[in-house]
Design a protein around this ligand. Structure first.
Ligand code: SF4
Ligand code: SF4
Length: 270
């Protein structure tokens, strides 16, 4: 029986889907006539790692970064909240990190900026299937990268490797498992506001999550390996992985965490 293809996220409407291994032409460097034309009035969805690395680059607490630099658009189709980079409050709506010479945070630029002109969609969760990403290429009029004489041919894999996206995706694999969790199969179940708040805090506001782990009853409730516990105190990436791990328990009741007493376990999922 054939299955209807899911509708594309709005941000990918009008793009061209790439078949596996299909090449696309592209180059981007300060010599292109459109240099920086893509860094204004654009919807950039931030991943948890984007928020963490930009906050660290700017020397901000993750809460402060979220308050200053992000918005949380709400749409009915969203099962989980998304975080978008807030453009400058001016007619041109330039990115706050765009300088005269280009991107001021280039080494820590967000996932979406690295991926462009590629877009990626994950199919909705289906029982027993690991969601395989599908890639799309944006062919925006303002972007002349594909028409330059020095444009090279890229595949999605080669581009992602060149932009150091693949390594980041490994770190955020647990995040994609949350977003595509089988709990959402069928699209009819909604997380309650308290769990949505947990998801937002643990994924994006990592400094607050660290306070939760070390300054609340968290470690009395959950049994943590001592080595892991000491890494969580100082290692941001270990903490981020742990946040994804804990959220599987906190949102969906997966047995990813060990409660210190069974009475607490019974209360947790009563
Ligand atoms: S973060 Fe950098 S690359 Fe991304 S839109 Fe802003 S200026 Fe451009
Ligand atoms: S080639 Fe495309 S991605 Fe590169 S600067 Fe121009 S508009 Fe931006």
């Amino acid at each position: 029986m054939s299955r209807a293809e899911p509708a594309l996220p709005r941000v990918l409407e009008g793009t061209r889907q790439l078949a596996a291994g299909q090449p696309f032409p592209f180059t981007c460097h300060p010599g292109v006539p459109c240099f920086n034309a893509c860094c204004a009035d654009v919807n950039i969805i931030l991943t948890p790692l984007d928020v963490l690395r930009l906050a660290r680059t700017l020397g901000l607490h993750t809460r402060e970064f979220l308050d200053r630099h992000t918005i949380n658009p709400i749409t009915r189709e969203l099962q989980l909240p998304i975080v978008m980079l807030k453009m400058r409050d001016e007619p041109a709506k330039r990115c706050p990190f765009l300088g005269e010479q280009g991107c001021l945070v280039y080494g820590q630029r967000p996932w979406a900026c690295r991926m462009y002109p590629l877009g990626m969609a994950l199919p909705p969760a289906r029982a027993g299937e690991q969601p395989e990403p599908v890639f799309f290429v944006f062919e925006d009029d303002h972007c002349q990268g594909r028409r330059q004489p020095d444009a090279m041919q890229w595949t999605a894999d080669a581009w992602r490797g060149d932009q150091e996206v693949s390594a980041r995706d490994q770190l955020e694999a647990g995040f994609r498992e949350l977003v595509c969790h089988p709990w959402f199969i069928g699209g009819r179940r909604q997380l309650d506001p308290r769990r949505i708040e947990m998801f937002h805090m643990a994924c994006y506001d990592l400094d607050t999550f660290r306070s939760l782990v070390f300054e609340s009853s968290f470690r009395r409730r959950f049994s943590l390996d001592p080595d892991l516990e000491s890494r969580l105190a100082t290692d941001d990436e270990a903490l981020l992985r742990f946040a994804f791990h804990w959220l599987k328990f906190a949102l969906f009741g997966e047995p990813t965490m060990t409660l210190r007493d069974s009475a607490a376990a019974a209360r947790e999922h009563a």
